[in-house]
Ligand binder design. Structure first.
Ligand SMILES: *Cc1c(COP(=O)(O)O)cnc(C)c1O
Length: 395
């Protein structure tokens, strides 16, 4: 069992705010500030360079990786932290392509996050491969015998649609291809089971549902069957078999360690550890059940109270992650008005209001308040004030 009242109390949630944007940036664990301050005062300040050994900074990317592994259905020693997600997409996709040297086709879908598609496009150009992008519903039929890598984000950042990871992975394997999954909107949001799905590679970020803080490092997972064969293209010294031998030539480290690139972000990893102390208390089946309870209640409430909004997420919870989107022709202004009223979601072009539900700290009261405020501003037209139409750089 998981005590979600206790996990909620472990976060700093600003007074008067209903925060439904944890799918973009999770809130701060209360313990994070002290944790980081202690690391700075006891480790960086006095240990200086010896901190790499004495404070365990060097092994931290693996130790933190082991704690993430439990949340995504992976095993110990299979996950390593570092860099940003875009770089980890590059790392995993190039390694997967190299494992299928006689094939040059990458398949993804139009629901993928642009950064993943941009990275794939760059890799395709550099390595003489072809990137095929189809509609999410057409992915299965597009898995053909020339495919090298199926690269998908499990939960669509705009619609919340969740792909069937075991089924699509099995289809890719039948076609002789490998499956790479991006868990940006899955890790900490749904019950991911990488080993159960028999996936080949996975990547994800830790600043969304995992609450590691802005710029928190990404993670990468390789199935053990590929761990000793995968060849990263970003061959950095921290992924070398013996970084401190300073050899002229690269030799990959054992297993997942080879996916490291350069010096790890120790301060950011320390903040993430504070979030993982909360995650250690969470059962992922209970998390999933609570997520479904919250998203169902929100959909029912909005559809009853806000006739102008059109659901932009799958109605079947089994096909949905932990976020819900609604469309409105003036979605941007509606979201700005909501935020001004203390209900924070976000807007994704062209017309989607996006609401993330994070079971660790959102509850049914948040759902009720969000529905009530949304219904009120749509009814009284207050969303249409000029100030709500002005755009800022980050939406
Ligand atoms: C959030 C997100 C990213 C962001 O990548 P960064 O390198 O961390 O900025 C990439 N891909 C997906 C699918 C995302 O949801």
């Amino acid at each position: 069992m998981t005590d979600f009242t206790k996990t909620r109390a472990a976060f700093h949630l600003p007074e008067g705010m209903t925060y439904l944007d944890g799918n973009s940036l999770g809130p701060m664990p209360r313990a994070a500030a002290d944790r980081v301050a202690t690391m700075m005062q006891d480790e960086w300040s006095d240990m200086l360079i010896t901190g790499w050994n004495r404070a365990g900074w060097y092994v931290q990317p693996r130790k933190v990786g082991d704690r993430i592994a439990r949340l995504i259905g992976a095993g110990d020693g299979q996950v390593v932290m570092g860099d940003t997600l875009s770089i980890k997409v590059f790392q995993a996709l190039s390694a997967a392509l190299a494992l299928r040297p006689d094939r040059r086709v990458i398949l993804s879908d139009s629901g993928n996050f642009p950064s993943d598609l941009y990275v794939a496009e760059g890799i395709a150009r550099a390595l003489g491969a072809t990137l095929r992008v189809v509609e999410p519903e057409a992915v299965e039929a597009a898995i053909t015998p020339d495919l090298a890598v199926l690269m998908l984000t499990e939960v669509d950042y705009r619609t919340g649609r969740r792909h069937d990871m075991p089924a699509l992975t099995a289809r890719a394997h039948e076609a002789g291809a490998l499956a790479l999954w991006d868990l940006a909107h899955s890790a900490g949001a749904v019950d991911v089971n990488l080993l159960g799905a028999d996936a080949d590679f996975a990547v994800g970020c830790t600043y969304k549902y995992l609450n590691g803080g802005p710029g928190a490092p990404a993670f990468i997972w390789t199935h053990p069957r590929h761990a000793e064969a995968a060849q990263p293209i970003l061959q950095g010294w921290m992924g070398h078999a013996a970084p401190f031998a300073f050899d002229q030539e690269y030799r990959p480290a054992a297993g997942i360690e080879r996916m490291r690139v350069g010096t790890p972000p120790v301060i950011a990893l320390t903040a993430l550890e504070a979030a993982l102390d909360i995650w250690d208390q969470v059962d992922m089946k209970a998390l999933r059940a609570r997520s479904i309870e919250l998203t169902e209640a929100f959909i029912v409430g909005v559809e009853a109270e806000c006739p102008d909004l059109v659901l932009n997420s799958p109605r079947d919870p089994a096909r949905r992650g932990s976020q819900v989107g609604f469309r409105h022709p003036q979605g941007y202004a509606v979201m700005q008005a909501l935020i001004a009223e203390g209900v924070v979601g976000d807007f994704r072009a062209p017309d989607v209001l996006r609401f993330g539900f994070a079971p660790l700290y959102n509850d049914l009261e948040d759902v009720e308040r969000a529905v009530a405020v949304l219904a009120r501003i749509l009814r009284d037209g207050s969303w249409d004030r000029p100030e709500y139409h002005a755009k800022s750089a980050v939406t």
